[in-house]
Design a binder for this molecule. Structure first.
Ligand code: S3P
Length: 424
C-alpha cells in the first residue's frame, strides 16, 4: 500500500491520546504467561508486534481473552511444549525475550520470523544464553532458532551493547537458572523489564548499569499501559516543524530510560511542555504540549543518550532537516541491525526529498535548514519507523511525496494516519 503525503496549510492543531506502548505491551503479556493466575492488561497495543508475543504465548499453552478492550491472560505459570514452530513475525522483541524463557524449559522449541527478522543478529543472545548452559541451534546466528530446553546456571555478563532486548532475554533466562544472574551494560537501556518483573515479585536488584536476578515465582499483574513515547515522537517532530502547529499528546510514557527525544527537543530549543506528570505502576506518564518553533538549532546526539532514543533517530533526521546547523548523530551503529539498516535507509530516502544528509559508519549528519522539494517516491524497506519518519518529512515538502510500503506502519502504530488526520 502506498500513501501520498502533502504539505499542510494550517498547521497541526488539537489533542490526541497516544496509543499503547509496544515495549510494555510485549512484556505485560510475556511476563503474565509466567505468572500463575489471571493477569489483567488494560490498553494492550493494537500493533502487530505485541500480537506476535500474544500468539506465541498462546502456542505455549497460555489462555487469553479480550473483554471490553481489556486483555485477560490466564496461565498456570508453566509453559507447555508447542505443537509447531513459534512464529515471531517481524518482532525482534518477541524472539529475543521468548528465547531467554525457552532456553530454561524442559521441552524443545523452534522460533521463526519473517524475512526481515530472519536477517537480524541473534548471536547477541545466543552467546550469553550458551554461557548459561542453553542449547541453541541457529542459521549462522540468525533465525530460525532451535532451542533445546536445558538446566541453566546464573552468570555475570558484561554486555558490549546497551540493549534492552538482550538484557531482558538474559534476565528472563535468569528466572529459570540456578544461582544469581547479573547483566551489566555500558549505558542503561530501557528498564521496563526491571520495573515490571520487580512489581510481579521477582528477586531482582538494580545497581547502576547492572541488574541481578534469581529464580523467582511471579505473581499475576494488573496493569494500565501508558502511551508509547516512540509513537508520540512523530507528532512531536511534526508539530515542531509545521508552521502554526500547537498540539497536546495525552497519556505519554515518560520513563527517563525512553525519553531521550525530549532531551533533544530541549537542546534544539523546541517549544515543548510536560503537563500533568504522574507515576502509574512505576512508569512516569504525562501529557505533552508541543508548538511550532521556527528557530530550531542543530545539536550533537551521541554516547549514553543513544539507547534512550534509539527508535526515534529516523524521525530526528526529519526534524533535523528544519534545524539551523549540523545535527550529528554518532555511536548509533546498532541502527544498522534494526528492521532495516536504518542508517543507510534514512540517508537514502531523506536525501531523495532534498535534505542534505551524510552517512557515517555509526550515525549520520544532517545539515539544515533544508528546503525539501519532495515530488518523488520513497521506499520503506519493510520498516515501520522509516515509513512514519518519511511521512513527517513529507509534511514539509513543497510537492507531494508517495511513500511505498506504508502498510508496515501497522507493525507498531495502526492508528498513525488517522491520528494525523485528526490534527489537520
Ligand atoms: C526494544 C528495545 C530496543 C528497541 C526495540 C524495542 C525493547 O532494541 O530498538 O524497538 O522493547 O526491548 P534493542 O534492545 O535491540 O536496542
Amino acid at each position: 500500500m502506498d500513501k501520498i503525503v502533502e504539505k499542510i496549510k494550517n498547521g497541526l492543531r488539537g489533542e490526541i491520546v497516544i496509543p499503547s506502548d509496544k515495549s510494555i505491551s510485549h512484556r505485560a503479556v510475556i511476563f503474565s504467561a509466567l505468572a500463575k493466575g489471571r493477569s489483567v492488561i488494560r490498553n494492550f497495543s493494537g500493533g502487530q508486534d505485541p500480537h506476535s508475543s500474544l500468539s506465541v504465548c498462546c502456542a505455549l499453552g497460555v489462555d487469553y481473552k479480550f473483554l471490553d478492550g481489556v486483555l485477560y491472560v490466564i496461565s498456570d505459570g508453566k509453559l507447555k511444549s508447542p505443537l509447531s514452530a513459534l512464529d515471531c513475525g517481524n518482532s525482534g522483541t518477541t524472539m529475543r525475550l521468548i528465547s531467554g524463557i525457552l532456553s530454561g524449559q524442559n521441552f524443545n522449541s523452534v522460533l521463526t520470523g519473517d524475512e526481515s527478522l530472519s536477517k537480524r543478529p541473534m548471536m547477541r543472545i545466543i552467546e550469553p544464553l550458551e554461557f548459561m548452559g542453553a542449547k541453541i541451534f541457529s542459521d549462522g546466528g540468525h533465525a530460525p532458532l532451535q532451542i533445546k530446553g536445558a538446566p541453566l546456571n546464573g552468570i555475570e555478563y558484561n554486555s558490549k551493547l546497551a540493549s534492552a532486548q538482550v538484557k531482558s532475554c538474559i534476565l528472563l533466562a535468569g528466572l529459570f537458572a540456578e544461582g544469581r544472574t547479573t547483566f551489566t551494560e555500558p549505558f542503561v537501556s530501557r528498564n521496563h523489564t526491571e520495573l515490571m518483573l520487580k512489581s510481579m515479585g521477582a528477586d531482582l536488584t538494580v545497581l547502576g548499569n547492572s541488574v541481578s536476578i534469581q529464580k523467582s515465582e511471579l505473581a499475576p499483574i494488573e496493569i494500565d499501559i501508558c502511551g508509547d513515547i516512540s509513537s508520540a515522537a512523530y507528532f512531536i517532530a511534526a508539530a515542531l516543524i509545521v508552521p502554526s502547529s500547537r498540539i497536546i499528546l495525552k497519556n505519554v510514557g515518560l520513563n527517563p530510560t525512553r525519553a531521550g527525544i525530549l532531551e533533544v527537543v530541549q537542546k534544539m530549543g523546541g517549544a515543548l511542555r510536560i503537563l500533568d506528570k504522574k507515576n502509574v505502576a512505576g512508569e512516569d506518564v504525562g501529557d505533552i504540549e508541543v508548538c511550532y518553533t521556527d528557530n530550531l538549532k542543530a545539536c550533537e546526539i551521541k554516547g549514553d543518550i543513544i539507547p534512550r532514543l534509539i527508535d526515534e533517530l529516523p524521525v530526528i533526521a526529519a526534524l533535523a532537516t528544519q534545524a539551523e546547523g549540523e545535527t550529528v548523530i554518532r555511536d548509533a551503529g546498532d541502527l544498522r541491525n534494526k528492521e532495516s539498516d536504518r542508517i543507510a535507509a534514512v540517508v537514502a530516502e531523506v536525501r531523495k526529498l532534498g535534505a542534505e544528509i551524510e552517512e557515517l559508519e555509526d550515525g549520520f549528519i544532517v545539515r539544515g535548514r533544508s528546503n525539501l522539494k519532495g515530488g518523488c517516491e520513497v521506499e520503506t524497506y519493510h520498516d515501520h519507523r522509516l515509513a512514519m519518519s518519511l511521512y513527517v518529512a513529507g509534511l514539509m515538502c513543497e510537492k507531494p511525496v508517495k511513500i511505498n510500503g506504508f502498510e508496515w506502519v501497522d507493525i507498531s502504530f495502526p492508528e498513525f494516519a488517522n491520528l494525523f488526520c485528526k490534527l489537520m
